[in-house]
Design a protein around this ligand. Structure first.
Ligand code: ATP
Ligand code: MG
Length: 392
């Protein structure tokens, strides 16, 4: 009982704190702006163009797709391929997504069962707890999960066409496909359906930009040139300011001082995840942040909380890569990474520095801003590297 009471109190408390800032997928009131990107994605869906959303980690790819899917009238399902370990497990996930979509576009009647039987010839169609379910019978001898995927996706397209309903399948963490044995065959299977589909749209995304590039930007790969690409950048300062002030009004019935909002955005460098992390902690306090020291102290708490994760992020880097990363962190912004000044700072030859820079860029440790400066992607990692940890 105590636990229940506590649980309810925590639930209510969390909800009032998290209305505007979340560490999870941003949605509705926690979702800020992305007006142009939302329009872009909606247009693609309306025009029947498949889309891949790319960006460094935690920029808001999943949030954008989910927000748009909730805004459109069409039918959609999300399939997260995170940790999919085999073609069979991907096929199972696709079968679940297909079942979700079918339930939304087909009424449940005897006629429906006949139609499903005709469109999904090799699948098992059953009714579980009053809900239609389409499954692949892997116990059958010589069953090939890749062929089954084609059957499932083509069956779905056929039904969508018959019902004249546009449907969207959002495949997130798509790069995990590269870890399974039949990866190329699965990509070819998806291409074979996607390139002919009129009613079934695909949105692809994933947390590894580097791996998504291998799938979608390599001429030798089946999904090359299949999609329109949305390259997500950070959210503009003005949009974030308005979002923050709306949250301040809600929490303290007043806006926070404009220089505090600016300071939050300066130290988090408009990185969506870190804006949310810092604000979420600031909004936990009863008093609104009115001094730079308060904001800095909470940013420091973030650093202490994330120290282990940051150390793990640095683990794959050898000495040269660390030297270069340190150089970018210390100089904050670098316009000319090939300059003598930068090479002297990091103590490397041009060739070694360039090799390290290419790796760091490819793996999203550093990025080129719209003003063409090179900076660290992760503002907390920069704070960590520059040694500004102040244990309180
Ligand atoms: N439009 C937005 N408005 C407010 N916060 C956002 C927005 N987009 C993303 N965020 C926040 O940024 C963080 C990362 O979001 P999300 O998980 O959507 O990113 P992602 O790019 O899919 O991440 P990953 O690379 O890990 O898959 C979350 O804290 C989320 O709440
Ligand atoms: Mg994501």
């Amino acid at each position: 009982m105590d636990y229940l009471v506590w649980g309810v109190r925590v639930g209510v408390y969390m909800q009032s704190q998290r209305v505007y800032f979340t560490m999870q997928t941003a949605y509705k009131s926690t979702f800020c702006n992305r007006v142009l990107e939302r329009e872009h994605l909606k247009k693609n869906i309306a025009k029947g163009k498949h889309t891949v959303i790319v960006a460094p980690r935690r920029y808001g790819k999943t949030s954008l797709a989910c927000q748009v899917l909730s805004e459109i009238e069409g039918t959609y399902a999300e399939i997260d391929l995170f940790c999919a370990v085999s073609a069979k497990s991907i096929c199972d996930k696709i079968a679940k997504g297909v079942s979700v979509l079918i339930r939304q576009i087909l009424p449940f009647t005897e006629k429906t069962m006949h139609l499903l039987g005709a469109c999904f010839k090799s699948s098992v169609i059953s009714v579980v707890a009053g809900q239609l379910e389409i499954k692949v019978e892997f116990a059958k001898p010589a069953i090939n999960p890749v062929d089954e995927m084609v059957n499932l996706l083509s069956g779905l397209e056929q039904i969508a066409k018959k019902q004249k309903k546009r449907i969207v399948l959002f495949l997130d963490e798509f790069q995990d496909l590269l870890k399974v044995d039949q990866s190329s065959e699965i990509q070819a299977a998806i291409r074979s359906v996607a390139q002919k589909a009129e009613y079934l749209m695909f949105i692809f995304s994933g947390s590894s930009r580097h791996m998504l590039k291998k799938i979608f930007d390599d001429r030798g790969q089946p999904l090359y040139m299949l999609c329109d690409k949305i390259d997500l950048k950070r959210i503009g300062a003005d949009h974030f300011k308005a979002h923050i002030q709306k949250a301040a009004q809600k929490k303290w019935a007043n806006e926070i001082p404009a220089d505090m909002a600016q300071h939050i955005l300066t130290i988090t460098e408009l990185h969506p995840y870190y804006v949310n992390l810092l604000c979420d902690k600031l909004w936990d306090n009863d008093d609104m942040p009115t001094t730079i020291e308060t904001v800095e102290a909470v940013w420091n708490e973030c650093l202490i909380g994330y120290k282990d994760k940051l150390i793990a992020d640095l683990e794959p880097l050898n000495t040269n890569k660390m030297k270069v990363l340190n150089g970018f962190a210390l100089l904050d912004k670098v316009r000319e990474p090939n300059s003598k000044y930068f090479l002297d700072t990091v103590g490397l030859s041009l060739g070694s520095a360039q090799k390290a820079i290419a790796y760091l860029m490819q793996h999203d440790y550093i990025y080129k801003t719209e003003a063409r400066d090179v900076m660290l992607v992760d503002p907390l990692l920069k704070k960590f590297i520059t040694g500004k940890i102040e244990y309180v």
